[in-house]
Design a binder for this molecule. Structure first.
Ligand code: SIN
Length: 489
């Protein structure tokens, strides 16, 4: 078990709404349960915000907006850096909470804390620079002067998912705060605790009141829609399903809101005959099993060239067979449960459907009995094109293997999806690596590696996988707009 005392941690974690720098219950005093997906025990109850609470959070963000935008960039940068240090100082606490409410093994939760904190380091380093970006010059006809500069977009709503309860928040909050925007964040109903603890860390680090507001709710649609309809809101940034993203884009159209959407994926992973097979197995294991497969960049379709199909499948099954399933706080556990019963039912449906249509189960595929939403590491081969898992995100530890013969076929099949988030390819041929990477219709491609996420790299998709980029220098641009002044001197 982890060193942190679980009962003490749950007693000390904030469970109220964080609005205008203060903790307060929901106006209705309503609460909802947060459940450990490994044991199905109730961990605590947290405030269940209504639409009125949501608007109160927006009020606070609006009140703080001018002051935060006018705060000197170095001061903002220092605060972000202090928050980075403060997150790392409480690494064990935050990691334990992530494991308790989300289920991933503690080692992975620690990795998420490091990953999540680094967005604050990264954006603290950019906070003072982008304010110097702009132009000054004479218009081509010589008539007057053109001056441009960057300014914050304004109050922003952030809606984040349950799979990375810290990092998907800090990736947005770090960029928004560095740019000078104030925010209201609504974490996922399944995993509100990490963001509540994070808000307390930010408060202690000295963040001014109202710059960050956190609302937890079991009624996401009812709380988000009125905020989206409020003309004081200037931007929405969402990470989640394409279906909900499209709904939010419809709402954003009403107020012509700046929109960043990090939506669903259906990532292909290609293994060519000339690949280093052991490296490909390592990469595929990372791309499939990171976060238990509950990641939008998880390898959803694994295409293996026929000459190495047997060897790759055997080695991947051996590797996935070495995972140990259990409660994420137990020593030696490398695979936690899925987030909830609904998600497990989806994985079961997708596997059953693929098998009914002709896929072969190489390993796994049996739902264990007992408490917790566990699903074993599973490898399927000969998955047919008409299997539902070809078109839907599996979001679980299921490796779906397809085979191909030629490079052209691999590219066509990889691109045969409305999604375009990430892709991966394994080959020793440099020309092929670059040629195929360029031909894959995804926002991100990993060559001979199974993880592409990095705060310094632009994370995001094309097609129905989203709009905009997070992280890198582009991440901050999402929260800035260009102001142009024409000067007759
Ligand atoms: C996601 O699953 O939404 C993103 C994961 C990452 O940042 O790597």
């Amino acid at each position: 078990m982890a060193d942190i005392d679980r009962a003490r941690l749950l007693e000390s974690v904030p469970t109220e709404l964080f609005i205008g720098g203060k903790w307060a219950p929901a106006r209705s005093r309503a609460t909802f349960e947060v459940v450990d997906p490994a044991s199905e025990e109730i961990l605590v109850r947290v405030a269940d915000a209504s639409s009125e609470d949501g608007i109160a959070a927006l009020d606070a963000a609006v009140d703080a907006a001018a002051g935060w935008a006018a705060t000197p960039p170095w001061k903002r940068a220092d605060l972000l850096r202090a928050a980075y240090d403060a997150i790392l100082a409480r690494r064990e606490e935050i990691a334990t909470l992530i494991t308790l409410e989300m289920g991933k093994p503690l080692a992975e939760s620690r990795g998420e804390v490091d990953y999540g904190a680094t967005f604050f380091r990264w954006f603290s380093e950019s906070a003072s620079r982008m304010h110097l970006e702009g132009a000054y010059g004479t218009e081509p006809g010589g008539g007057y002067k053109i001056m441009t500069y960057k300014r914050p977009v304004g109050p922003t709503l952030l809606v984040t998912p349950w799979n990375f309860p810290l990092a998907m928040g800090t990736r947005k909050i770090g960029a928004a705060l560095a740019a000078g925007c104030t925010v209201v964040i609504k974490p996922a109903e399944q995993t509100p605790l990490t963001m509540l603890l994070f808000a307390e860390v930010m408060r202690e680090a000295g963040l001014p009141d109202g710059v960050l507001n956190v609302i937890t709710t079991s009624d996401a649609a009812g709380v988000v829609a009125p905020i989206m309809a409020d003309p004081r809101l200037r931007k929405i940034s969402f990470t989640g399903s394409t279906q909900v993203g499209k709904l939010l884009l419809g709402q954003a159209a009403e107020g012509v809101l700046r929109s960043s959407m990090e939506l669903g994926g259906n990532s292909p992973l290609l293994v060519f005959d000339d690949a280093d097979i052991d490296a490909a197995v390592d990469g595929a294991t990372m791309a499939k099993m990171r976060n238990g497969g509950e990641s939008c960049v998880a390898a959803n379709r694994i295409y293996v060239q026929s000459g190495v199909l047997e060897e790759f499948t055997r080695k991947l099954a051996e590797r996935l067979g070495s995972f140990r399933t259990g409660h994420g706080l137990e020593e030696g556990v490398t695979l936690g449960p899925l987030i909830d019963g609904e998600q497990r039912a989806k994985v079961v449906r997708l596997v059953d459907d693929a098998v009914d249509k002709g896929a072969t189960v190489v390993m796994g595929g049996e739902v264990p009995s007992g408490a917790g939403h566990f699903y074993p590491p599973t490898v399927l081969r000969d998955v047919p094109r008409d299997a539902a898992m070809h078109d839907e995100e599996i979001f679980g530890p299921v490796a779906a293997i397809y085979s191909f013969d030629t490079e052209r076929e691999a590219i066509e099949r990889a691109n045969d999806t409305p999604y375009g988030l990430a892709s991966y390819l394994f080959t020793r041929d440099l020309s092929r690596a670059v040629r195929v990477a360029e031909a894959l219709d995804t926002g991100m491609t990993g060559i001979n590696r199974g993880v592409v996420s990095n705060p310094a790299a632009p994370f995001g998709g094309i097609k129905e996988s989203g709009l905009g980029r997070e992280g890198s220098s582009e991440g901050i641009e999402e929260y800035l707009e260009t102001k142009y002044i024409g000067m007759q001197l």
